[in-house]
Design a protein around this ligand. Structure first.
Ligand code: NAD
Length: 469
C-alpha cells in the first residue's frame, strides 16, 4: 500500500499535470488533478464583467435531449439561446439531421455521439453530458473537431454521502433483514448484535468529494472518523488520517470505500484485507464495483468474520431496469442475495432530484461559460484554458478563441496576426493533438474584426476560430 504524500511536495506541478502521488506513481484518478477536486470547475457568470457577443456565430442554438433538468433550460433561456428540448434520446438518423446546425448539444447517457454522428455537426462547439460518464461520446473525435465536452462528476457527492449514513445505521440495526421478514409476515423483535452508531469508528477509504462530506455527517452522529487516502488531505472536524489501509482496516467498525476505479484500486479489498478487518465489522461499497473482490466478501460474510455489507455498485451492472440482476450478469449473484444483513442497491448512490438539478446547473453553467467567454475549465477532452472577464468599460477589445492542431509554429503565425494590436492577456494550452489559445486584444476597430477573423480562419492548422467582442 502506498503512503500519503504531503501536498507541499506537489505544489509546483499541480497545474500542469495529472497528479502522481508516490514514488510508485499511483495515479489518483484518470482524469482529475488535485486542483480539479478543490477549485470550482466552472466560472460563474457574473454581472460585473462585460457581456461578450459572438462575431460569426449568430444566434446560439442548443439541442437538449433525454429530459435534461429544468435548471439547465432556465440557464440557457436566460442567455437568450434558442433551445430545442426533447424528453427522450433520438435515433441516429434523426440525431444526424438535428445536430447539423446546432452550436451545443446536451445529452445524458443514452445518446451516442459517435464519430459518424459528429461528422455531420458543422457548427457544434460544445457537448454537455448531464451525467457523470462520458463514454457515450467519441471524445477523441470531438477534440480533433474542436468540440469541448463537459460533464458533472461531483454534483451528487452529498447524495452518496447521505446514502452511506443511511446504510451504516441500517446495517448496524439489521434493518434490511427486519423489513424483509415483516414483508413476509414474520415478526422478529431482536436486539442482539444491534448497535447504536454513536462512539463507533468509521474508516473512510478515499477522502475526496464524497469521503470528506461523509466525514462531517458521521461526526454529527457521534462517530469517530479515520480515513486513508494516497494524498495527505487536511481533515475536516476531528477526523484523523491514518498512514496505511491496513491501519484503517484494523481500527474501523465500519469501512466505507470512496476511491476511483483505477488499476491500483481493483480488488483493493480482497481476502487479506478482509482478514485484517475487526471481527464483526461492516463493509460498504458505493464507489465502483471493481474495488471489492466479491467472492472473497461472500466468504468473509459466510464465516461470520463480517457482520454485514452494503453494496451499491458491481463489476457488471445491467444497462436498463428490469429483472436482470442474476448469475448471468455476475456468477456469484444468488449466493450474495442469500446472505443475511447484506444491503444491495442498484447504483442509486447519486440518484436524487437534488443531484439532477445540481448537474443541470453545473453543466449548464460550464456550457454557457464556454460559449460566452471561451472558458474550457472542466472540459474532459480538451485543454483547460480560461481568462478573467473583461471590465465593463473596456472598449474596442476582442477576445480571440483559436483552437488549432498542436504543431510547431502555429503560435508564431497567430501572434504575427495579433501583433498589430495590444495583447492584453493571452493563455494557451495543449492536450494531445489539439491546442487552444485565448487572447484579449485591444485597440481593435470594429470594422477590422471581419478581416481579423478571416486571417485567423485562413491559417494552416486552424480547427475553429471564434471572436467575441
Ligand atoms: N454510487 C454512486 O452512485 C456514485 C456516485 C458518485 C460517485 N461514485 C464513485 O465514488 C467514488 C468517489 O467519488 P468522489 O467524487 O469522492 O471522488 P474524488 O476524486 O473526489 O475522491 C477520490 C479520493 O480517492 C483518493 N484515492 C485515489 N486512489 C486511491 C487509493 N489507491 N487509495 C486511497 N485513496 C485513493 C483520491 O486521492 C481522492 O481523494 C468514485 O469511484 C466514483 O465513481 C459513486
Amino acid at each position: 500500500m502506498t503512503s500519503p504524500v504531503p501536498i507541499s511536495t506537489l505544489s509546483n506541478s499541480l497545474k500542469q499535470t495529472s497528479l502522481t502521488t508516490s514514488p510508485n506513481a499511483v495515479s489518483t484518478s484518470p482524469t482529475t488533478s488535485y486542483l480539479d477536486q478543490y477549485r470550482p470547475r466552472t466560472k460563474s457568470i457574473t454581472k460585473s464583467t462585460k457581456t461578450l457577443k459572438p462575431f460569426s456565430t449568430g444566434d446560439i442554438k442548443i439541442l437538449l435531449l433525454e429530459n435534461v433538468n429544468q435548471t439547465a433550460i432556465d440557464i440557457f433561456g436566460a442567455q437568450g439561446y434558442q433551445v430545442e428540448f426533447h424528453k427522450t434520446s433520438l435515433g441516429e438518423e434523426e440525431l444526424i439531421e438535428k445536430i447539423k446546425d446546432v452550436h451545443a448539444i446536451g445529452i445524458r447517457s443514452k445518446t451516442k455521439l459517435t464519430a459518424n454522428v459528429l461528422k455531420h455537426a458543422k457548427n457544434l462547439l460544445v457537448i454537455g453530458c448531464f451525467c457523470i460518464g462520458t463514454n457515450q461520446v467519441d471524445l477523441e473525435y470531438a477534440a480533433k473537431a474542436g468540440i469541448a465536452v463537459f460533464n458533472s462528476p461531483f454534483s451528487n457527492s452529498r447524495s452518496v454521502a447521505e446514502l452511506v449514513i443511511c446504510e451504516i445505521i441500517a446495517l448496524s440495526r439489521q434493518l434490511g433483514d427486519r423489513s424483509m421478514e415483516l414483508h413476509n409476515g414474520v415478526w422478529n423483535k431482536v436486539s442482539a448484535k444491534c448497535w447504536e452508531i454513536r462512539g463507533k469508528t468509521l474508516g473512510i477509504v478515499g477522502y475526496g468529494h464524497i469521503g470528506s462530506q461523509l466525514s462531517v455527517l458521521a461526526e454529527a452522529f457521534g462517530m469517530n472518523v479515520i480515513y486513508y487516502d494516497v494524498l495527505m488531505i487536511m481533515a475536516l472536524g476531528t477526523a484523523k488520517q491514518v498512514s496505511s489501509l491496513n491501519e484503517l482496516l484494523a481500527k474501523s467498525d465500519f469501512v466505507t470505500l470512496h476511491v476511483p476505479e483505477t488499476p491500483e484500486t481493483k480488488n483493493m479489498i480482497s481476502t487479506p484485507q478482509l482478514a485484517t478487518m475487526k471481527d464483526g465489522a461492516y463493509l460498504l461499497n458505493n464507489a465502483r464495483g471493481t474495488v471489492v473482490d466479491i467472492p472473497a466478501l461472500i466468504d468473509a460474510l459466510k464465516v461470520g468474520k463480517l457482520a454485514g455489507a452494503a453494496l451499491d455498485v458491481y463489476p457488471h451492472e445491467p444497462a436498463k431496469n428490469g429483472p436482470l440482476f442474476n448469475n448471468e450478469l455476475n456468477e456469484w449473484t444468488s449466493e450474495l442475495q442469500s446472505l443475511k444483513n447484506v444491503i444491495l442497491t442498484p447504483h442509486i448512490g447519486g440518484s436524487t432530484e437534488e443531484a439532477q438539478s445540481a448537474i443541470g446547473v453545473e453543466v449548464g453553467t460550464a456550457l454557457t461559460s464556454y460559449i460566452n467567454e471561451g472558458s474550457s475549465i472542466g472540459a474532459v477532452n480538451f485543454p483547460e484554458v480560461s481568462l478573467r472577464g473583461l471590465d465593463l468599460d473596456q472598449e474596442n477589445v476582442v477576445r480571440v478563441l483559436y483552437i488549432h492542431q498542436n504543431v510547431p509554429g502555429v503560435l508564431r503565425t497567430v501572434n504575427e496576426i495579433l501583433s498589430s494590436y495590444n495583447i492584453e492577456k493571452q493563455f494557451s494550452d495543449s492536450r494531445g493533438d489539439i491546442a487552444y489559445l485565448m487572447a484579449d486584444i485591444s485597440g481593435v476597430n470594429l470594422q477590422e474584426i471581419k478581416s481579423l477573423y478571416e486571417k485567423l480562419e485562413n491559417t494552416p492548422y486552424k480547427i475553429i476560430t471564434r471572436l467575441l467582442y
